[in-house]
Design a protein. Structure first.
Length: 452
């Protein structure tokens, strides 16, 4: 574990953690988790046994806010039915609403914003209820972080916050402007994770391809970071998530193509393709730029897996705008697609726009995109039948007598799986050559390749 122990008074208190939202939030929770352990709090899997419960909240869209509040109210009941003495709400919901949420949720003992989460141990030992600051912290390699993913995989958060001004997004308000960790710190953190058994690193940040631009150092780039990370012995896969299309350099494409440890996988959040909507979204790209980039990526990176995300029902999205998006999805045949309906968020540019779309229309458009994408995904998987790929084994599925794993085109948490039949025992966290013999919409099935 990434834990440097210093000695503090012992607090005989059990804690439980609930993390909502994205992988970036998960990493924050891992730092808070490690901080509490460093201060000699004891973790329990059972919330009813916990004297301290921490809910790391999300507030990106309306559904996320509702889930956060529902979860907070649900666990607050353990003050009556369990052993709960202190309830802490951390993360984006606390940062975004501050004084309002203090009134709304009297059940909560401490609120910790996105700029204060690393101080959790001292906060829960204090009388201070609201703890907020302009987010400026990004943890370094020596932070007391505990990896909460399976031992063989981890997220590496290389930036915090965002400098972009996308019309629909509240992230800069909740997370502040972009802050990049140094290459040296990230390399050290990655080495420590690998020493603990991690074989797959998934790089995350709100805007991965802008890494280093805030440091005003021409030598601190995503390509430069990757060149350091690939030198780490025993690290097998490095995957790039949240890569904005306007900053993917030719150098980066070349390095992804040529370096074995870099997964041939890119998460490219596009959101839309019609120029009218892209401009209103303030995305900084247009249709021609996107098409040219996709062509270049597919031409230069062999066997590339492309994931993207789209938004339906953005203000002013006409039927014509949507049909352009639908045709684009159908033509481009992405490997993985996530579709979200637009959420009108206070404090964003899009909140004030005319032409707000009815929720039923948003949902109908989302469903139409997902239906065509499911056909594409199944077709892509069918093309893999008969081929062989290296698969990372994750666990044994006793109910199906199969092992579950992923090949490099499947990221943890968001993509499908490979189900593997084997006559011999396989080791979790290890890689095996698997020959695919059956395809499903989101998953694949195969057997251990002969001779392995």
């Amino acid at each position: 574990m990434l834990l440097l122990l210093t000695f503090y008074p012992i607090f005989d208190m059990k804690f439980h953690f609930i993390t909502l939202g994205c992988p970036k939030n998960r990493v924050d929770s891992e730092v808070m988790f490690g901080s509490l352990l460093e201060h000699f709090y004891e973790y329990t899997d059972e919330p009813q046994e916990a004297e301290l419960i921490v809910v790391n909240s999300c507030a990106f869209i309306q559904d996320a806010k509702k889930e956060s509040i529902d979860t907070i109210l649900e666990v607050s009941e353990f003050k009556k039915t369990g052993k709960l003495k202190k309830l802490v709400v951390a993360g984006c919901l606390a940062q975004r609403y501050q004084k309002e949420i203090e009134v709304l949720l009297p059940e909560v003992d401490h609120f910790i914003g996105t700029g204060e989460y690393y101080k959790i141990a001292s906060i829960v030992e204090s009388e201070q209820r609201g703890n907020y600051s302009i987010p400026s912290y990004i943890h370094a390699y020596d932070a007391p972080r505990i990896n909460s993913m399976p031992f063989y995989t981890a997220y590496l958060k290389i930036t915090e916050g965002c400098n972009r001004k996308c019309g629909f997004c509240i992230i800069p308000t909740m997370r502040g402007l972009q802050k990049s960790q140094s290459i040296e710190n990230l390399q050290e953190e990655a080495q420590r994770l690998v020493a603990l058994g991690v074989r797959e690193l998934n790089l995350i940040g709100q805007d991965l391809t802008s890494y280093g631009t805030d440091l005003k150092d021409a030598k601190t780039t995503l390509s430069a970071l990757l060149k350091k990370l690939v030198t780490i012995k025993d690290l097998k896969w490095i995957r790039l998530l949240y890569c904005y299309p306007d900053k993917i350099s030719s150098e980066l494409i070349e390095f992804i193509s040529s370096e074995e440890k870099i997964c041939k996988y890119l998460d490219l959040p596009l959101q839309h393709i019609h120029n009218d909507i892209l401009q209103s979204m303030r995305r900084g790209v247009n249709q021609t730029m996107i098409l040219n980039l996709i062509d270049e990526l597919r031409n230069r990176i062999d066997k590339l897996t492309l994931r993207t995300s789209f938004m339906t029902g953005y203000p002013g999205e006409s039927a014509e705008h949507f049909e352009t998006l639908y045709g684009f999805v159908k033509q481009m045949e992405f490997d993985h697609v996530g579709v979200f309906t637009y959420s009108q968020e206070e404090g964003t540019h899009a909140e004030t726009l005319k032409g707000q779309i009815d929720q039923k229309v948003k949902e109908k458009r989302k469903e139409k995109l997902m239906m065509v994408q499911s056909e594409i995904s199944r077709k892509h998987h069918q093309k893999k039948v008969g081929s062989t790929a290296s698969v990372l084994i994750e666990n044994w599925q006793e109910s199906s007598t199969l092992y579950q794993g992923r090949y490099e085109g499947q990221a943890p948490d968001i993509d499908g799986h490979v189900y593997v039949a084997s006559d011999k025992a396989l080791q979790v966290g290890q890689f095996y050559p698997v020959r695919f013999n059956k395809a499903y919409t989101y998953d694949l099935k195969g057997t251990i390749s002969s001779g392995s």
